[in-house]
Write a protein that binds this ligand. Structure first.
Ligand code: ZN
Ligand code: ZN
Length: 110
């Protein structure tokens, strides 16, 4: 997959909010959209894992001004290849799973 090239900085107030939800979690000052290249203006950048299993904090932004911190469950999809890679995105995301792409095509020859 080709990853979306959009970045967004983490605003200070949202960094505080994320920090209170995930104490001890490492937060980057800017995040890149984790989706593969997509239509539309809504982007999702991964912030940090949460203690609760299978959930993570994401920065969701739409255009320049609409930005928020959201808690989302992990995408449950596993690749069909031998490695059974997990998807690094959230449940219900648009576009491809993170393991889709070149490797998947290569393993389809069996
Ligand atoms: Zn994006
Ligand atoms: Zn997925």
């Amino acid at each position: 997959m080709t990853q979306c090239a959009r970045w967004h900085r983490l605003p200070l107030d949202l960094a505080r909010e994320a920090g209170s939800k995930a104490p001890g979690g490492h937060l980057d000052r800017a995040v890149r959209c984790h989706l593969s290249t997509h239509e539309g203006d809504e982007h999702y950048g991964f912030l940090t894992e949460l203690d609760a299993y299978g959930t993570a904090l994401w920065l969701r932004w739409c255009g320049r001004d609409k930005v928020e911190v959201v808690t989302l469950p992990d995408c449950p999809a596993l690749s069909t290849g031998r490695d059974r890679d997990g998807c690094c995105l959230f449940a219900g995301h648009i576009q491809q799973h993170t393991w889709e792409g070149s490797r998947e095509v290569a393993s389809r020859t069996s």
